[in-house]
Design a protein around this ligand. Structure first.
Ligand code: SF4
Length: 345
């Protein structure tokens, strides 16, 4: 049992009697990219003083581990841009060593992996998710605004060289990368990586035309089924994605959903000995457990469509950050006849 919570704490069980064993923790709202479906170009981030410190994050995660969480995923924003993040990863790895935790992992945009891949492995991380929507450098720049595809590919190279298993998460965007999905599948499977396609749910406001971005995965799958043999498999990773085996590539393909603000379901910060005034976001696979106020940023993940738990409160505290969160910068890719409008309309 972990050092902060040595007592046998009662397990977390949702109203349906299911044990909460998978927790996602957003360690920062910041990111070095500005994906058009996620953030505005000029983001207003939370003041650093409002974020949980690394020590508080460790304490919070450890409390969940003590209550039966077996899998921990660090997310953001971009988790690897949080200063001192490896201190937190290293500290949390003690739960792997003790056997209280089965898996410590993270979801990243890949840009910092050349720097951190080896250290992640040294701390017991075995696999990671990397978000990547296209293999076209220009399109990548247009989607992320600031991102460089070469750096992300270098990050994936570094991760695989260090021995990390990599799963690629790609958001399917109408008129942007829908024609590229077979290329992504063959590229990922050719490198021994799983690929999960994520559907943008046309909800919320990030200053962009969500209905213009929306590409139902049912349509994607139907198109893929004309090209490939897709065999349903029982494989699960803890999120809501469902998987098929692509017979022609031998690889695994997942399909999941992503609401526009994927990293959290927010509730006001409760009076808590852990988070008296500050903010973090914590989410489980089945039953969102959130502490803190909703930050202005979002990040992607396929496993965020679970409803608020009966025990959690509805979001009534966007007032924690009352500023407009997105300003609607449009990406530079062209619209044209016969082509779906761009992801941002
Ligand atoms: S989708 Fe991910 S990589 Fe893109 S801006 Fe959001 S957090 Fe950053």
């Amino acid at each position: 049992m972990n050092q902060h919570f040595p007592q046998i704490a009662p397990a977390l069980v949702d109203p349906f009697g299911r044990h909460v064993t998978y927790l996602r923790v957003s360690v920062t709202d910041r990111c070095d990219f500005r994906c058009v479906y996620c953030m505005s170009e000029n983001m207003n981030f939370l003041p650093k003083a409002d974020l949980l410190t690394l020590e508080e994050l460790d304490r919070l995660c450890s409390a969940f581990v003590a209550r039966g969480v077996r899998k921990l995923r660090l997310t953001g924003g971009e988790p690897l841009v949080r200063r001192g993040i490896m201190t937190l990863v290293g500290s949390l790895s003690r739960h792997l060593t003790s056997g209280d935790l089965d898996e410590l992992t993270l979801t990243t945009n890949g840009s910092q992996l050349p720097k951190y891949a080896r250290e992640l492995v040294d701390h017991g991380v075995k696999r990671i998710n990397v978000s990547l929507d296209t293999l076209d450098a220009e399109k990548f720049r247009a989607i992320t605004r600031w991102g460089e595809l070469d750096k992300v590919i270098a990050g994936i190279d570094a991760a695989q060289a260090a021995g990390l298993r990599v799963k690629i998460n790609a958001v399917a965007l109408k008129g942007v990368n829908e024609d590229e999905i077979p290329t992504l599948i063959e590229w990922a499977h050719g490198r021994g990586m799983e690929l999960t396609l994520i559907e943008v749910m046309p909800l919320g406001d990030v200053g962009e035309g969500r209905l213009d971005q929306y590409l139902p995965l049912s349509i994607v799958r139907a198109r893929l089924a004309e090209r490939y043999t897709l065999d349903d498999i029982a494989y699960r990773t803890g999120g809501p994605a469902r998987y098929v085996r692509v017979a022609e590539t031998g690889g695994t393909l997942g399909c999941g959903k992503r609401p526009p603000h994927a990293h959290t379901v927010a509730v006001p910060a409760p009076v808590s000995p852990i988070t008296p005034n500050r903010t973090s976001k914590v989410r489980s696979d089945r039953r969102p457990v959130v502490i803190g106020a909703r930050p202005p940023s979002v990040a992607r993940s396929p496993s965020s469509s679970a409803p608020p738990s009966a025990g959690s409160r509805r979001p009534r505290c966007p007032s924690a950050d009352p500023r407009p969160r997105h300003r609607g910068v449009r990406p530079p890719w062209p619209r044209g006849p016969g082509r779906g409008r761009s992801a941002t309309g």
